[in-house]
Design a protein around this ligand. Structure first.
Ligand SMILES: C[S@@+](CC[C@H](N)C(=O)[O-])C[C@H]1O[C@@H](n2cnc3c(N)ncnc32)[C@H](O)[C@@H]1O
Length: 378
């Protein structure tokens, strides 16, 4: 495939997506296979890790004609300065959250990627790496964790473990992970980032292997919900000084009526609290009310005086975000009462929006400070 000087001139002014478009179209024209309808099949976005390109296989190159185009992968690699190509399909709903990636060009599927001063390496065919979680990786990097012991209950290849160690300067991280291929990448990553001596890897189900009574902070980075790990996380916290839980979850919004909300969370208590708390907030379908109101003292669940409070103003962009936060506190308060037979104060410190996961579904992280009641400073 030869490029005329005209095409070269046009390309020097084009974005990578524009260049890809021109080169792929030219190749297809030379093969007599081009039709304008194929334009939407040419990628306009992709992930690139080192020299490996990852395209969305649900969206691009779906037409059969691509299969019959010789030198297509070489042409794409030339256009985007790469050497390997993979296609990413919907993530498996298995317990490892396997990535469902197929390498179509090139031989080795390990990649290396430097993000915010942290080096990650993994096998794209077996480990998922969510580029969209960068806001959470970068937020963790800003935490001040000197002297702290952290538990990462779903460590994977070290998405959050590494920023805790490399950037937030945690004293020690216990990293729990049950997928051997992720553990392999995690250990390599700890070593290349020179933090292996500050991490203890627990290979197994975090609900069983998670250490107890030692943590200043527990990270629960599992979607769509980390709820199955909440009890182990509460048990992991230091029983004297407590600590912070970072709870991830996918939260569905824009639900049309209150009944569905009740069904969804299965928790009348939380809906009632939200309705009764402020007369102006009675209409659960009105999103305006939750724009800048924090959950204030004091909600009492099941007559146990466990109180989710916040003295920071949180932007509750959606009413369901507020309801979810309240419900997380509700469940945690129950767990603390049964695990520690003691009342713990829960403070919502922050609600962080990581990304839009799907239409009407948002990936949120709720930061909850948990303190045994004897240590409350009133
Ligand atoms: C894929 S990560 C989540 C994505 C990650 N937060 C990111 O930023 O890309 C979740 C990890 O938790 C692991 N995992 C899920 N449940 C687990 C459990 N009960 N015990 C230990 N590891 C678990 C999975 O194997 C997976 O490696």
């Amino acid at each position: 495939m030869k490029m005329s000087s005209d095409i070269k001139r046009v390309m020097s002014r084009k974005s990578p997506a524009g260049i890809l478009q021109i080169m792929v179209k030219q190749l297809m024209e030379e093969e007599g296979l081009w039709e304008e309808t194929l334009t939407s099949d040419i990628p306009t976005s992709w992930e690139k890790y080192g020299d490996l390109l990852l395209f969305n296989g649900e969206k691009y190159f779906r037409d059969d004609r691509w299969k019959h185009t010789p030198n297509l992968w070489q042409c794409i690699c030339k256009a985007l300065k790469a050497k390997r190509i993979g296609f990413k399909h919907f993530i498996s709903e298995d317990s490892f959250r396997s990535p469902n990636v197929k390498l179509v060009y090139g031989v080795n599927s390990w990649v290396e990627f430097k993000d915010n001063g942290v080096i990650f390496t993994w096998d794209v065919q077996f480990n998922m790496f969510c580029a969209g979680n960068a806001p959470e990786r970068h937020r963790i990097a800003t935490f001040l964790c000197e002297g702290e012991t952290v538990v990462d209950m779903y460590a994977g290849i070290g998405y959050f473990t590494l920023p805790y160690l490399v950037k937030a300067k945690a004293k020690l991280v216990y990293a729990c992970e049950w997928y051997p291929r992720a553990v392999k990448a995690l250990k390599i990553n700890l070593s290349i980032n020179k933090v292996a001596s500050k991490c203890i890897v627990y290979e197994g189900d975090s609900r069983l292997v998670c250490p107890k009574g030692i943590a200043d902070r527990v990270n629960l980075g599992l979607l769509p919900s980390s709820e199955s790990g909440w009890q182990a996380a509460c048990e992991a916290l230091n029983p004297i000084s407590g600590g912070v839980l970072h709870i991830h979850g996918n939260v569905t919004s824009s639900i049309k009526n209150k009944k569905i909300i009740n069904d969804k969370f299965g928790c009348k208590d939380c809906v009632d609290i939200l309705c009764n708390y402020d007369p102006n907030e009675k209409d659960l379908n009105n999103n305006k009310f939750c724009s800048d109101v924090g959950i204030q003292p004091s909600f009492i669940f099941h007559s146990k005086t466990v109180i989710p409070v916040t003295n920071v103003s949180i932007k509750w962009k959606q009413m369901e975000w507020k309801l979810w936060s309240l419900h997380v506190c509700h469940k945690l308060s129950d767990i603390f009462c049964s695990v520690h037979e003691q009342v713990w104060k829960l403070q919502i410190c922050n609600l962080h929006h990581v990304k839009s996961y799907a239409p009407h579904i948002d990936h949120l992280v709720l930061d909850v400070k948990c303190t045994p009641q004897e240590y409350l400073v009133q």
